[in-house]
Design a protein around this ligand. Structure first.
Ligand code: AMP
Length: 556
């Protein structure tokens, strides 16, 4: 067992929620948390049904909450109809939120653009109308290959509005990965930028699209919509290639949402498996959005006055749930950042928190560790040099946070007054699974503490027997939940084998090892149990490492 995990297991510092935080919290105190858990335990389906009715706007109400007739292909709210983009944008029109800032975008060079909910709605509609004018619509798949930008969110929301299933490919991925995803998803549309700008450098994106096409097999793609981010020189192949600005020009700022069944695939997001090609994790519309919205309220305690900042790229699931969908579903003001934390120097995050009066900050342990290191060698980039007094809550995601990094984050960024939510979840779970609730859960550095209400997480052995607290085992989720993965795109057998292996008696296999504290029952994640490495919060399969190695001319 690694030293970091051992130190978590021996961790005895406890940080109860500050009283001021509890007084205003959406879930205030452990009794309220436990009441929600008991409600879910007594009537799992009823619990989720009530929440789905309360939190989502349905075009057609659902009559069945959970369909279990074809396990493990669960369906939630399946005969209900809704539209995700309508639930994120239109619902705020005519309310106090309409003219509130939806997005504060800061470009790599520091240029700031702000957009209200009304403006965002209008832009999504104009772009959706542009896609429609090209003949794209419901039932198709779009690959989105974009930098962090307002345009990336507009593209995702426009797809959702039209019932087009999107698959975002991280801008740092190569043309080979892009090709693999275009082909596997059967994409008919690609939305890309000419280039992206990170750390003062221009990095080409559209050329990678052309390289992917040159590899063959992308013939189903009818259009590549190109957003001119930099105006850099790129090859352009009309009529396949069209400019974003051209298709948007003159379009109406209203676009009737396409009502889809709750199970309609909102997106496919590829993640590494231990063997073979990446898995296209397919998420549904209704259940996914419900969990995105709920966790904004439960985990992030979101309020109308908050300025929320999740630093994840939209290429990862965190950037889907906590950039593109969750914050908008609750009508929050959010910050989106194009660049990197170390440019122009390693104080960038702290300066941005100060500049935009950020109140909730959510980032990855890797980023925290690298900024700790930077501030040790250069006092000028230490968080103490910035005014971080606006912060009230911090979050961590992507990998275990070691207690030393937790303590530094708590002291130097959170001023010892902000709770830290260490959120355990995965691409497949759609949203948080095991996490403290900031106004309820006493925190222990390095532990993601307890499951959310309605999430039946447990630790078992290889034959699905419960492990006693204090003994490590396999992390499972015993009951289905609304935002769970629906299938692996095009490979239902692999879905069953990977996540619902027979010996686990129908439990969802997370692929992580975990252990619960003997006294508190708190969970600590001990790492992946398969051959997948978690590097800087991103999963890499051993196959990918192997193929990268053998691709080198010096490797036989
Ligand atoms: P991904 O699907 O790429 O977001 O990766 C999910 C994996 O990241 C999980 O299966 C865990 O191994 C790891 N992970 C995510 N969040 C946490 C966390 N808060 N603590 C420990 N591990 C985490």
């Amino acid at each position: 067992m690694s030293a970091a995990i051992t130190s978590v297991l021996q961790e005895n510092r406890v940080f109860p929620p500050p009283r001021g935080f509890v007084e205003q919290a959406n879930i205030a105190g452990m009794a309220q948390y436990q009441a929600l858990c008991s409600k879910a335990q007594a009537d799992h389906e009823g619990f989720w049904a009530d929440l789905a009715k309360e939190h989502l706007l349905w075009h057609k109400p659902f009559s069945q909450t959970l369909d279990q007739s074809n396990k493990p292909f669960y369906r939630w709210f399946h005969d209900g109809e809704l539209n995700v983009s309508y639930n994120c944008l239109d619902k705020h029109l005519g309310t106090a939120t309409e003219h509130k800032t939806a997005i504060i975008f800061e470009a790599d060079d520091g240029t700031v653009t702000e957009l209200s909910y009304r403006e965002l709605h209008d832009r999504v509609c104009r772009f959706a109308n542009g896609l429609k004018s090209l003949g794209h619509g419901r039932g198709e798949r779009a690959i989105i290959y974009m930098p962090m930008s307002i345009h990336a969110v507009v593209a995702m929301q426009a797809c959702a509005r039209l019932g087009i299933t999107h698959s975002v490919v991280f801008g740092g991925f190569s043309s080979k990965s892009l090709h693999e995803r275009i082909v596997d998803a059967g994409a008919t549309l690609v939305i890309a930028a000419d280039e992206q700008v990170r750390g003062g450098k221009h990095i080409p994106l559209k050329p990678a699209v052309d390289e992917a096409f040159a590899m063959g097999g992308c013939e189903a793609v009818r259009h590549v919509v190109v957003w001119r981010r930099t105006g850099g020189a790129i090859a352009f192949h009309p009529p396949r290639d069209v400019w974003w600005d051209d298709i948007e020009a003159g379009q109406s700022s209203t676009c009737e949402p396409v009502w889809v069944p709750a199970e309609h695939p909102l997106f496919i997001l590829y993640t590494s498996g231990s063997t073979g090609k990446p898995k296209g994790v397919q998420h549904a519309s209704g259940g996914y959005l419900l969990h995105a919205k709920l966790t904004m309220q439960w985990t992030f305690d979101i309020k109308a006055s908050d300025v929320f900042w999740c630093t994840a790229d939209v290429g990862w699931v965190t950037g889907h749930t906590y950039v593109a969908y969750g914050p908008l579903a609750v009508g929050a003001t959010e910050i989106i950042f194009e660049g990197v934390p170390t440019y122009p120097d390693a104080a960038r995050f702290w300066k941005m928190i100060e500049r935009h009066r950020c109140t909730i900050f959510y980032t990855a342990p890797t980023a925290i560790r690298s900024l700790i290191k930077a501030s040790e060698t250069d006092e000028k980039v230490h968080p103490a040099r910035s005014d971080l007094s606006s912060l009230r809550l911090l979050g961590s995601v992507g990998e275990p946070i070691n207690p030393e990094a937790w303590m530094w984050y708590h002291r130097h960024v959170g001023g010892e007054r902000c709770p830290i939510v260490d959120t355990f979840w995965q691409t497949e779970t759609g949203g948080h699974m095991i996490t403290p609730l900031p106004g309820a859960t006493p925190l222990v550095p390095g532990s993601c503490t307890l499951p959310l209400p309605g999430i039946d997480a447990a630790i078992v052995d290889e034959a699905a027997h419960d492990m006693p607290h204090g003994q490590g085992g396999i992390l499972v989720i015993k009951k289905p939940w609304p935002s769970m993965i629906r299938t692996i795109w095009g490979d239902p057998e692999r879905f069953k084998k990977s996540y619902f292996p027979e010996e686990l008696k129908g439990y969802y296999l997370a692929g992580d090892g975990a252990v619960r504290n003997k006294d508190t029952g708190y969970f600590t994640i001990t790492g992946r149990i398969d051959d997948v490495l978690n590097v800087s919060g991103h999963r890499l399969g051993t196959m990918e490492v192997e193929s990268a190695l053998v691709a080198h001319p010096l490797v036989a």
